[in-house]
Design a protein around this ligand. Structure first.
Ligand code: NAD
Length: 328
């Protein structure tokens, strides 16, 4: 392809992905399946890797999440809420493992977690009391949604210890609630939500907390914001135990894996039975467990080098309620 054709394609991909991202992150109403978004994103990333001079400031590869909705107060995150790099097949996973081992200089223990398909939230506690909750927003600035988050029973208003801490997690809508909600919306002539992720995001980004309260949302907490070792923890798996002891709901399906083959087994087993869960997952997050190793590996501008998200292949379903096919 000549240079002009490549540049034209890059600009086209930037525009398409920015439009898809706006519909997904800002309006909570995706206009294409995730698999389409992911394919375009991978194409753009590979062109940009070959032609770094074609990385434009508006490229979606340079940013996390979306814009902030008007009407909400803004919260500046003390520690950025980053995205995760994505892997799609066994070869990508083994490449990730090779990069990590080379960066750390020794073999690595991973922790695998279900990738809950919801909305990333940050919860701040001061002296053990819940004081502020926010969305990820663009990673640097989020929307303040404390009143909405207080309606979620799984979020403790008081911790078992009077500590000051920021935690991160994923708010989600259980599948059954989602089905009931869409049935009710259909009966009322309202437009159904595309999937539980968008329903959860749409419920939490409402100015009236009564709406969130009526939606039976829940949350899994998956990490400490900033430096977990400041709380005496040496690894991510230790932090998950600590978070559970503070009163948070953590996902019990996480598993420490000593080899990449174990990681792949974990992924395959969940890929086969993800439908059994009563919440949606869209992949498996693979994290380096030890904090010293994480620190050594560090971050890119957009995501940690010590973690990646394996995305399940799309399962296309045709809903009668929507004219487009959406992946779940
Ligand atoms: P991401 O979905 O690739 O991963 C990062 C997020 O994973 C975190 O912010 C966190 O919220 C979540 N997560 C869930 N469980 C976790 C766990 N155990 N540990 C850590 N994080 C966990 O990144 P993203 O930037 O939120 O979104 C990109 C994805 O969103 C794309 O891959 C695409 O599938 C989808 N998307 C779709 C459209 C569309 O038009 N359909 C548009 C934009 C984005």
């Amino acid at each position: 392809m000549d240079r002009n054709t490549v540049e034209k394609r890059v600009r086209e991909l930037n525009d398409l992905l920015n439009d898809y991202g706006h519909a997904y992150y800002v309006l909570d109403r995706p206009i294409v399946p995730d698999s389409v978004y992911d394919q375009h994103m991978q194409e753009l990333l590979s062109i940009e890797a070959e032609h770094p001079d074609l990385i434009f400031p508006d490229s979606p590869t340079q940013r996390v999440g979306g814009e902030i909705l008007a009407g909400f107060s803004k919260v500046v995150h003390e520690f950025p809420m980053l995205s995760l790099s994505n892997v799609f097949n066994e070869e990508d996973i083994r490449d990730f493992d090779r990069r990590v081992q080379a960066g750390a200089g020794h073999s690595i223990t991973y922790i695998c977690e279900l990738k809950i398909d919801g909305l990333a939230v940050s919860l701040k506690y001061e002296n053990g009391r819940f004081i502020q909750g926010s969305t990820r927003g663009d990673g640097t600035i989020g929307e303040e949604i404390t009143a909405n988050l207080k309606t979620i029973r799984a979020i403790p208003l008081k911790l078992t210890e009077p500590i000051t801490i920021e935690v991160r997690g994923e708010a989600y809508m259980p599948k059954k609630t989602f089905m009931k909600l869409n049935e009710a919306r259909d009966e009322n002539g309202e437009e159904p939500f595309a999937n539980p992720r968008n329903a959860a995001a749409g419920s939490l980004r409402q100015l009236d907390p009564k709406i969130a309260a009526s939606r039976n949302l829940s949350v899994f907490i998956y990490g400490i914001g900033g430096d977990g070792s400041a709380y005496g923890q040496d690894s991510h798996s230790d932090s998950l135990d600590y978070l559970a002891s503070l009163g948070f709901e953590t996902n019990k399906q996480s598993k420490r894996c000593k080899t990449i083959d174990e990681v792949i087994d974990f992924i395959e087993s969940w890929q086969a039975r993800r439908q059994d869960l009563d919440y949606e997952i869209d992949g498996i997050v693979i994290k380096v467990d030890g904090y010293e190793d994480q620190e050594q590996l560090g971050f890119t501008a957009k995501s940690p080098r010590w973690a990646t998200a394996y995305k399940f292949p799309a399962e296309e379903v045709h809903t009668k309620l929507l004219d487009i096919e959406l992946s779940v």
